[in-house]
Design a protein around this ligand. Sequence first.
Ligand code: MG
Length: 237
Amino acid sequence: MPDDRPGFEDTPRLPDSEHRVHDPDRPHPPTVTPAGPVTQSPPSDATVLFDGTSPAGWVAADGGDPEWTVTDGTLRVEPGSGDIRTADSLGDCQLHLEWATPADPADTDYPGNSGVFLADRYELQILDCVTAPIYADGWVGAVYGQHPPRVDVCLAPGAWQSFDIVWRRPRFDGDVLVSPARVTVLHNGVAVQDATEPYGPTAYRDYGEYEPHGPAPLRLQDHGFPVRFRNIWYRPL
Ligand code: MG
């Protein structure tokens, strides 16, 4: 299990921040108990990415068929098979998804790790923070390695949880960044990111620099744990 003070002291300083990436001294988010996950069926104009029956519309990292398992109406990470991403690219959108970390957490550092990569580059963290607290910017609901969630809304391992996301992709004029990405996130109905602007693509022990891109696939992370997903849909904005 991680020690009492997970994090790193040899990582880069974050821009305009007193903290460094994965700073062990960055305060953990205060805990809020939500009413529960927000289960929301897709509205009439939504594009459904997973309805519980098939992984159609998803591809493996190499472009082949995804090896994740569809079981009991859920899409489950097949550990070791790699990330999966949507075949289509998403631009600005409202995105809903529900997920559950394993009910029987692995006896290892940071069980239940997965993540939602917006535009294939910017990770919104999924983690079982009830079992294993992590450095603040790795918390569930964090823009990984950059922006901790405002509050900790993590439910018990095995419980279904929800993300409702409003995503604005970054804008570029040629090679020049005109406006950074912007993301608002409700975790189990509670705002944990409020128009947060990533510093660039997310990374482990580092952060990236913006490079020009347009609409891009949504990617879900295989970090070695059989995290389950269900009810994934989005509405273009
Ligand atoms: Mg992750």
